[in-house]
Design a protein around this ligand. Structure first.
Ligand SMILES: Cc1cc2nc3c(=O)[nH]c(=O)nc-3n(C[C@H](O)[C@H](O)[C@H](O)COP(=O)(O)OP(=O)(O)OC[C@H]3O[C@@H](n4cnc5c(N)ncnc54)[C@H](O)[C@@H]3O)c2cc1C
Length: 393
């Protein structure tokens, strides 16, 4: 006999999507969510945007407060996949009929940054940066010109801080935009008052004894002083020990139905994983994680569908958005490195643009910059991006 029917490890977007849908289906009494974050559940995207820049409280989309779902503040440290038993940091042992692993990810750090550079993943992380700024920190170094790094730069610079962004890549948001639109993005950052140093990296970080400032040596040998350094170089799956019948399982890998599978693709019965945590295997058997709000929601919905015995639906085209320097940037599809990205339409009303990305002769993605209406029109089309008709008007 299990302690609970459905244990959800992690009350972020993926976990809450599952818990809320089960509650809506009248199954809330079956569910226990465990999460160590004292503020959870809340939405992460505002942490580098509105929440960082103003005294906003934490928000959640869609708003949800558990009524019949049980919620426990604790941290799951290990899960035995065969017996479906979870062990928690406080010494708890919980067996469940079904376990949903939705522990998300942690900010990736780099060697030599411990105690010297901050990261922003949680509400407390964002609050720390905001408090430093309010206490007078003026010079910020952001390591990483990805969406999060540029959002941090945008918010801090618009608050009057001196912001430098450094990245060894030659184009900003290279992983998201495949190296395209580099001049455009660099232009927004520059116009927003941000110093963008590409093709450069931090090789040494030292804490100064005089007031906690950070001294940074760049690869070109230039030493510089900052009040605060933030490392924003992506994320790694949350550490969670998974024990299979044959020993530790290195990583959470899921199939299309978000069921946990081993290296051979054999399903661990009753174990699902959703959101930032698990790896998905593509047609070439390459493993990758999706680190986007929409993917976490889609994953959670897929888990619920399977749990309720409903037919799976085709995965939607990947979608990511970032708001920075007064622009809403939306990417529909995936842009490989070296793809050709060209302007498809301009939106005079918003000063926006819609770009189309092609690779190997096929359309692989669309990028909207302040072009929400056109992106919304594209999103109504079924099937892969390659089959979509470009929007008119
Ligand atoms: C600052 C920031 C800004 C972002 N902005 C955007 C954006 O603009 N657009 C976009 O598409 N995406 C954005 N994202 C990404 C998006 O928010 C994530 O992809 C999404 O939150 C993933 O949801 P999740 O539920 O998988 O993980 P999370 O939201 O990380 O939730 C995981 C939960 O699990 C809990 N947990 C961790 N370990 C354990 C454990 N061992 N036991 C129990 N619980 C545990 C955590 O406390 C957390 O509450 C942003 C992310 C961040 C951090």
């Amino acid at each position: 006999m299990s302690d609970v029917r459905i244990l959800i490890v992690g009350g972020g977007l993926a976990g809450c999507t599952v818990a809320k849908a089960l509650e809506d289906a009248g199954r809330g009494d079956d569910v226990l969510v465990i999460d160590p974050d004292r503020h959870a559940p809340y939405d992460r995207p505002p942490l580098t945007k509105a929440f960082l820049g103003a005294e906003d409280g934490l928000t959640q989309r869609p708003p949800w407060a558990p009524t019949s779902v049980a919620w426990r503040a604790d941290c799951v440290v290990a899960v035995d996949l065969a017996t479906r038993t979870a062990r928690t940091a406080s010494g708890g042992v919980i067996t469940a009929e079904t376990i949903v692993l939705a522990a998300g990810s942690l900010a990736r750090t780099l060697p030599g940054r411990d105690g010297r550079a901050l990261t922003v993943r949680t509400a407390d992380d964002a609050r720390r940066v905001r408090d430093l700024r309010r206490a007078g920190a003026q010079r910020f170094l952001i390591e990483g010109a990805g969406p999060l790094g540029l959002e941090l730069a945008s918010t801090l610079a618009s608050d009057g801080a001196d912001v430098t962004v450094v990245d060894p890549a030659t184009a900003p948001m290279e992983r998201l935009l495949g190296g395209a639109l580099a001049n455009e993005v660099a232009g927004w950052a520059q116009a927003g008052g941000v110093r963008l140093l590409l093709d450069a990296k931090v090789v040494h970080v030292a804490l100064r004894s005089d007031g906690g400032a950070v001294e940074v040596m760049r690869s070109d040998g230039t030493p510089e002083l900052f009040d605060c350094m933030i490392t924003a170089v992506g994320s790694v799956p949350a550490p969670l020990m998974l024990i299979g019948p044959a020993g530790p399982v290195g990583a959470a890998v899921v199939d299309d139905r978000r069921r946990l599978v081993d290296v051979d693709g054999t399903v661990f019965p009753g174990i699902y994983s959703a959101g930032d945590l698990p790896f998905h295997r593509d047609v070439n058997r390459t493993l990758s994680r999706s680190e986007s709000w929409t993917a976490a929601r889609v994953d959670g919905e897929a888990v619920v569908r399977d749990l309720l015995g409903e037919e799976p639906v085709a995965a939607p085209v990947p979608y990511f958005w970032t708001r920075q320097f007064g622009r809403m940037v939306q990417v529909l599809g995936t842009i490989p490195l070296g793809a050709d990205v060209h302007l498809l339409a301009e939106v005079p009303k918003t000063g926006g643009s819609l770009y189309q990305a092609t690779h190997g002769g096929a359309v692989v993605a669309y990028v909207g910059v302040n072009a929400q209406r056109l992106v919304a029109m594209l999103q109504t089309q079924p099937g892969p991006v390659a089959d979509w008709a470009p929007p008119e008007g």
